[in-house]
Design a protein around this ligand. Sequence first.
Ligand code: KG4
Ligand code: ZN
Length: 335
Amino acid sequence: MKILGIETSCDETSIAIVKDGREVIINNTISQIELHKEFGGVKPSIAKFAHEQVIDNLIEQTLIDGKLSMKEIDAIAVTVGPGLVISLLVGLKSAKELAKKFNKKLIGVNHLFGHICSNFLESDLEPPFICLLASGGHTQIIDVKTYTEYEILGSTLDDACGEAFDKIGRLLGLPYPGGPNLEILAMDGNPETFKLPEAKVKPYDFSFSGLKTAVLRLVQKLPVDYNKADLAASFQENVTNTLVKKIISAAKDKNSKKIVVAGGVAANKTLRKKIQECTHIPVFMPNLKYCTDNAAMIAAAGYFLKDVHQDIDTLDVFAKDPSSIKLKTLSKAPL
Ligand code: KG4
Ligand code: ZN
């Protein structure tokens, strides 16, 4: 079964075709990073406009690159939330038009569910497993029981992990997005230089706002020519230690046989290395190119949701975080 995936939840327009939820035939992504750089973050009106400018051509180009016609596509999967509503609407509009024109099944996908499914791409991973999902908008520990049944064990109480990377990146004067740029700066730093605090929250929950404030206070006290690489490395060390400690302890508590990492922060090489060094439980992570937002993961998610009933006529984007809404039209369990 070949599914065309459409992802426009934030600042990437991405179109992909994936076979049977695992084999990526083609994944094309146009990043808007250069457009948002001068604002230090994503500017919604620009994001919407930029998606609209490229989406039709990108769908056409993806079919050409994949050497497929719409006739050979079995269904269309589209991100419906969470994300920037005006950006999501661009993808949903195109998806609905395509589905209508070519009489294809339309599948709405929760973006976070998509991130989990990025681990099925080019892999033979199967549930059950315990998943650390760390992105720019969410940080969660999820007990993935089957392809469509989940239990969220814990979440961040304030900032998401990627958001913390982005904010500290900005504080260090790094360009947007902070996460990958902070990782590069940290390579030249000593992670032992600054001892930063760890939030005292429930075992599976996270909190990064106290850490952010601690870094801010520290910078105010340091001389202007302080070593930024040392601070970047110390911050990264603190965050990755917390993530690794919590996911491993959740895996042990749940007697989990597999640990899975997902979301943009899963691209962080210190996190990837540390988690594998700290446990004997097998660890699965997406290929680097499928960690940050992409349509291949949405197409994969569409495959695993294909038999879940959805009321397509009322399919709409989520105006708020779907962890608080019943996703009965999307999957059995909310994310
Ligand atoms: O999953 P994603 O592409 O978008 C959301 O769904 O939010 O994640 C983007 C987030 C950003 O906050 C970005 O700074 C962070 O992931 N990120 C990283 C790295 N690459 C992306 N954080 C740390 N290290 C990285 N290498
Ligand atoms: Zn994402």
